[in-house]
Design a binder for this molecule. Structure first.
Ligand SMILES: Cc1ncc(COP(=O)(O)O)c(C=O)c1O
Length: 403
């Protein structure tokens, strides 16, 4: 019997058990230490177990954990005020996960369609997008591998190529109530939407009376070097969803919108953990620290430094044994960065890097993504690139040479 026998299989996991985290590091039960450039999947925005999060958890747990979603609670109000002030939106609805925040956005868009657009219910999303794993969000997501799964799908999602305004225009019908996309496709391999595209989609939405939804679950709260990714272009969506970084690792998410879209009726949306006091206190503390502690600026400068290091490494290493560059396509915004490999060995590289004490992620077979906490330093970057160099060269050798 193995220690993991009681865990239902949903994904392949390495044979280590994580026990402790602090700042940029994780430790497993064998005492091995890992430099974490996955950041809990872009959630540990202030690193592992930051004091600000711990203190909020401790003090709020002594006061109130969950008064029920039927009542307002104190941190719910202060956290909502903070998000409204920072984002320029008017209204916030809180949930626990990214997928739930997106579900709320879809429901709100369909409510708008019912009330204002003759029952329009279709939502246009983009190919290569990722919006979560509930049934509706698997339908919203533009991932080819998911198409045959869990039929019948939730109806009413149309997928079009990303950054292609003509395809978007062609997909709009009188049934369309909203367009939803990520300002940077994260799980899809870190591809930003161009400014021109975002502006053109905004214009299309305005002309057609369609809502624009930005899924900022991965890009929100400083990750891209701005508090929200929409600030890079100035294109404002009607609805924005946040999760991951706003809780610093604690599960909270939010949907933000305008006063005009305060159109839900009692019972349309809710849940036992919506705006529970414990999570609200954590979120408020984490967001206050990110916004006021210089971490957004750090994400910008460290993100630039990371791309500089990767480009320098690419130049230094040149071509891999198969004739393709070791590193190509360095891209991203702030601390959401990716590059392409010379072949499909991303998964092997992630595994080997772990044995060398470095955590990285491969969203696609030939792509590596780096999304460290916003507290990352130059020293962390230098240490990461040293290990990455070794791992990359080793994994780029033909199979018989590495045996
Ligand atoms: C852009 C985007 N949307 C939605 C989600 C789903 O969030 P969660 O896993 O918290 O449900 C993710 C998670 O990776 C994401 O990156």
């Amino acid at each position: 019997m193995s220690r993991t026998d009681s865990i239902l299989f949903v994904t392949k996991r390495p044979d280590v058990v994580m026990e402790k985290g602090r700042g940029m590091y994780l430790w497993d039960t064998e005492g091995r230490k890992y430099l974490d450039f996955v950041g809990g999947w872009a959630v540990t925005s202030l690193g592992h177990c930051p004091d600000v999060l711990r203190n909020a958890l401790i003090s709020q747990s002594e006061m109130l954990v969950n008064a029920s979603p039927a009542y307002y609670n104190v941190p719910m109000l202060t956290f909502a005020d903070l998000l409204v002030k920072l984002s320029g939106f008017d209204k916030v609805f809180f949930t626990s996960t990214g997928a739930e925040a997106n579900e709320s956005a879809i429901k709100l868009a369909r409510k708008y369609g019912t009330l204002k657009k003759n029952g329009a219910y279709e939502i246009i999303t983009t190919i290569n997008s990722f919006h979560g794993r509930t049934l509706a969000m698997m339908s919203a997501t533009g991932k080819k591998q998911w198409e045959p799964l869990f039929a019948p799908k939730v109806e009413g999602f149309i997928h079009v190529p990303y950054n292609d305004i003509e395809a978007m225009k062609a997909a709009v019908t009188d049934k369309t109530c909203a367009i939803m996309f990520e300002p940077v496709q994260g799980e899809g391999g870190v591809y930003p939407a161009t400014k021109e595209y975002q502006e053109a989609v905004r214009k299309l939405c305005d002309e057609q009376g369609i809502l624009l939804i930005y899924d900022e679950i991965q890009t929100g709260l400083g990750r891209t070097g701005k508090l929200f990714a929409f600030e890079h272009t100035g294109v404002r969506p009607d609805i924005m969803t946040l999760a991951k970084g706003i809780g610093g690792g604690y599960p909270i998410s939010a949907m933000l919108t305008t006063s005009e879209l305060d159109i839900f009726e009692a019972g349309d949306q809710g849940g036992s953990y919506c705006a529970q006091a414990l999570g609200m206190a954590v979120g408020e503390a984490v967001v206050r620290e990110i916004a006021g502690g210089g971490w957004v600026e750090n994400a910008r400068t460290m993100g630039d430094y990371l791309q500089e290091l990767l480009n320098a490494l690419s130049k230094e290493l040149g071509k891999a044994p198969n004739g393709k560059p070791y590193i190509s396509g360095v891209r991203g915004l702030g601390l959401l960065v990716a590059f392409d490999l010379s072949d499909n060995f991303g998964a092997d590289m992630v595994q080997y890097a772990m044995t060398k004490g470095l955590l990285i992620n491969a969203p696609k077979p030939a792509t590596i993504r780096l999304m460290p906490p916003l507290i990352v330093t130059r020293n962390d970057m230098d240490a990461m690139i040293k290990t990455l160099r070794h791992v990359l060269v080793k994994c780029s050798q033909p199979a018989d040479a590495t045996a």
